[in-house]
Design a protein around this ligand. Structure first.
Ligand SMILES: [Zn+2]
Length: 234
């Protein structure tokens, strides 16, 4: 097999590794200690790695994949309103470098947005701001290429701000509310503290931290023995 032919295969293997789920308590370190053990409720803390991906409007799907094309479900995400689609696009930066195989997450949204790690952005030649998903005013754009067409995104390329999704029960447990900040402590071969994760609450959400591949790799998350979420002291 030539290098070019092997590339999609190698990429899909790498992506599968990066998308592996890290569940607190699953490692040899045992379950994460509860912040308030007397509460009688133990949150199921899940830390997932957001590999590079994009969200698209249906209008942009039409341009990239053909008029009326519908994204197809590859797998449901942990928040089961969302899914990873079988479809991918390539993103081209200002230095003509390209990242192929960028996964589209569905369903379609009202705006298109590409979420990259800083390492991706440096390779593309983009200076990315750290933004909450959806806050894309003034952010850089990029050329996006699909099998049926391409388009120039005016803006919407960001590094997503680290955050934690949760429902009311977990918010009560941790004593936090929507848009508060929390710290994620990771013990393992590359122990560390990620500060100021943004709290996002929704009655339908399960407790889930989203960090990107740069953050997860710096902390060697797949080999972490314990993770803890604590309310930020600021
Ligand atoms: Zn998220």
């Amino acid at each position: 097999m030539s290098n070019a032919a092997m590339r999609p295969l190698v990429e899909s293997i790498i992506r599968n590794i990066l998308e592996q789920q890290f569940v607190a308590g699953a490692g040899p370190g045992g379950p994460a200690p509860a912040a308030h053990p007397q509460a009688g409720y133990s949150p199921n803390l899940v830390v997932n790695i957001s590999a590079r991906h994009c969200h698209l409007t249906q209008e942009h799907v039409d341009i990239l994949f053909g008029k009326g094309y519908q994204l197809t479900v590859m797998k449901r995400l942990y928040q089961d309103t969302d899914f990873a689609s079988n479809e991918t696009i390539a993103i081209v930066g200002p230095r003509q470098r390209m990242i192929p195989g960028v996964r589209i997450l569905g369903p379609c949204r009202k705006f298109s947005q590409v979420e990259l790690a800083f390492t991706d952005a440096i390779s593309l030649g983009l200076d990315l701001p750290v933004r909450l998903s959806g806050d894309i005013v003034g952010t850089p754009g990029a050329l996006i290429v699909g099998p049926a067409g391409s388009l120039m995104l005016e803006n919407g390329v960001i590094r997503a701000e680290r955050h934690v999704h949760m429902g009311q029960k977990d918010a009560d447990f941790y004593g936090v509310k929507h848009l508060d900040r929390m710290d994620l402590s990771v013990d393992g071969p590359c122990s560390g503290l990620l500060k100021n994760l943004l709290v996002r609450t929704n009655p339908d959400w399960k407790l889930e931290v989203h960090i990107d591949t740069d953050e997860a790799n710096a902390l060697d998350l797949p080999h972490a023995k314990n993770v803890r979420l604590v309310k930020a002291s600021v």
